[in-house]
Design a protein around this ligand. Structure first.
Ligand code: ZN
Ligand code: ZN
Length: 596
């Protein structure tokens, strides 16, 4: 479950469903603008897919499956022209006259256009990140797809393969002063690309194409393998030996780029620096609370054993002790299944949010082909496949040694497992998804805001405990804080590594000694933060904004405030950035309770 956060984020940015909901029509002019906007967003999506066929296939849109985009000067010019053309068209629509659903879509499109332009002209990872060039997922999405017969998919793959050479040649021409870590990643991942080409070869033998057709595709596969290998050779022999720790570009992107990327990726009302400061403060508060709980639990759990003087050490001891309470390795799935109706009952009894009883979540064993890392997470259908089921995948521990299983079960012990279920399922990701599907727009499905989605899940953990879930058991609160401290420290780590030159040693100290993580988990996190930027801030930023908004509305509404109504209203805007939901909710008199 190490990579739960990461994987769910990836899945959840890709979900929800299509079709436009009926907009409230008021006057003719707003009616007109809403219609104009609906047309524009349709054109925008079609143009977006044409420019990004790989992204399109990953979302279940297959019109451009045979196209492989070569990132050369011409392509980048085309991309900028696309951004400018649609920005101009957006400006011709009066955003204020649109329905709330369209207003948030308007902002999402506007942000996507500004963001794409910034990535191409300013961030320029196409110059310094060799792992930007990798054909694997683009071919894999088509090969593994079930949307069309294998023969048809093979034909598209055959055409797409013809561009592989130009694709990697453009990569070699683009790369200038890359970072060492991204060069190593590019080498490693492109070595993996060979195995994708091998699976294409395997599938070719099983398909029903004529033998001349098969031979032609076979030739293209051989040529593509050569292109991948020469890219790997180029990185290994020409690029990497010339890179020096002291003179090569640093993987730390610096404050300016970090703030800008934060603005485009997270879309928060706060700058990154403000969120970082809030996280620092929060870390201290959480540690203080954990200490209090440890003191409260000590005698009952530890008997006569003396409490360590160092308070962080005392907390660590308590965590280790309580972690021994966990389910048996064979009953993980059963335990999670059993939890779902319990969570539902609690929410209904406390009147926290309406849960649609017609849409139960399907808890199942993770399908074998997805069982890479152990874990549990929501697997939701893409925007063009909305009839499909949503699953809560739980990977069994069958292949684990006794020792590994035990360590995993202690990490996801009795208490933490419940918090995880709240986060992933009810009322976290799964509940948000159902609401999101009711205010659907293709734009929100495709460009949905990750910080809002993760923020809601993180918010729901806190809300449930505040409402008495777990009977205010201090042990439950202790693990809640440990889990929450992880999002808080993700933010501190991300910001400090990229803008404050934090050392690896200090990073590991933060995660291990101050946030009670295992060494392996901390090392993995350090690795991730040196390869990515900003994404680790999304959980805490989204949470902070939602929590602030709730308090703001509660204050405004006084004793008229109704938590259930607040939740339902908040989720009714779909997966839009909290910043925009906030503006719309504060304008709405009835956002948090009855009409005054
Ligand atoms: Zn045990
Ligand atoms: Zn999540």
């Amino acid at each position: 479950m190490k990579s739960i956060y990461y994987t769910t984020f990836m899945i959840l940015t890709v979900l929800l469903s299509g079709c436009n909901s009926g907009e409230k029509k008021t006057t003719d002019s707003t009616n007109n603008d809403n219609e104009k906007f609906a047309k524009l967003s349709e054109q925008f999506i079609e143009a977006l897919w044409k420019l990004n066929p790989g992204w399109a296939s990953s979302q279940g849109y297959h019109k451009y499956d045979s196209v492989l985009v070569v990132n050369d000067e011409g392509h980048r010019k085309e991309e900028i022209a696309f951004c400018e053309r649609f920005s101009d068209s957006l400006k011709k629509i009066d955003q204020k006259s649109l329905s709330p659903n369209n207003q948030t879509d308007y902002f999402l499109i506007e942000n996507q256009l500004n963001s794409a332009k910034w990535y191409t002209t300013t961030f320029k990872s196409w110059e310094w990140n060799p792992s930007d060039y990798n054909i694997s997922s683009q071919f894999d999405n088509i090969l593994e797809g079930t949307y069309a017969p294998l023969d048809e998919r093979m034909k598209n793959i055959g055409i797409k393969l013809l561009k592989v050479d130009a694709y990697y040649k453009a990569g070699m021409a683009n790369i200038k002063n890359p970072t060492i870590v991204h060069t190593n990643l590019g080498i490693k991942q492109n070595k993996g690309a060979i195995s994708v080409l091998e699976s294409i070869e395997d599938s070719l033998t099983k398909c029903g194409l004529k033998s001349e057709e098969k031979d032609a595709i076979k030739k293209n596969i051989a040529a593509a393998k050569k292109s991948v290998n020469s890219y790997v050779d180029f990185l290994e022999k020409d690029v990497l030996p010339k890179l020096d720790e002291k003179t090569a570009r640093s993987f730390r992107i610096g404050k300016d780029l970090f703030e800008a990327k934060f603005k485009y990726d997270i879309v928060s009302q706060y700058p990154a620096e403000e969120i970082y400061k809030r996280a620092l403060q929060r870390k201290g508060e959480i540690q203080h609370e954990m200490m209090k709980l440890t003191r409260q639990l000590w005698n009952e759990q530890m008997g006569k054993e003396a409490m360590p003087v160092d308070s962080l050490q005392a907390v660590r001891k308590m965590i280790d002790k309580l972690s021994l309470k966990h389910v048996h390795r064979d009953s993980l799935l059963t335990a999670i299944k059993k939890q779902m109706p319990e969570l539902t009952d609690f929410i209904n009894k406390k009147n926290l949010i309406y849960l649609d009883p017609k849409k139960p979540l399907v808890v199942r064993e993770t399908p074998v082909y997805q069982q890479g890392v152990a874990g549990a997470g929501i697997d939701a259908p893409g925007p063009y496949d909305k009839e499909a089921n949503t699953y809560y995948n739980v990977t069994p521990l069958t292949n684990y040694t006794a020792e590994k299983a035990e360590s995993y079960l202690r990490e996801y012990n009795w208490y933490l497992m419940q918090i995880l279920n709240i986060h992933e399922a009810i009322p976290g990701h799964y509940t948000q998804l159902i609401y999101s599907n009711q205010s659907p727009s293709l734009v929100k499905s495709i460009l949905g805001n990750g910080a809002m989605v993760e923020g809601w899940a993180v918010y729901s953990e806190r809300m449930m405990l505040e409402e008495g879930y777990g009977n205010n058991d201090p042990a439950m609160w202790l693990f809640y804080y440990k889990w929450h401290l992880r999002s808080v420290c993700n933010t501190i780590l991300d910001y400090s590594i990229h803008t404050l030159n934090m050392s690896k040693e200090d990073a590991l100290h933060l995660l291990i000694d101050e946030a009670f993580q295992q060494k392996a988990e901390a090392e993995e996190k350090y690795n991730r933060v040196s390869l990515t930027q900003v994404q680790l801030c999304s959980y805490f930023t989204g949470f902070t904004e939602i929590y602030d908004l709730r308090n703001e509305i509660r204050k405004k509404e006084g004793d008229k405030f109704n938590l259930k109504k607040f939740h339902e209203k908040f989720l009714s805007y779909g997966s839009a950035p909290v910043k925009y939901i906030r503006e719309l909710m504060l304008k709405d008199e009835t956002a948090g309770g009855e009409k005054k």
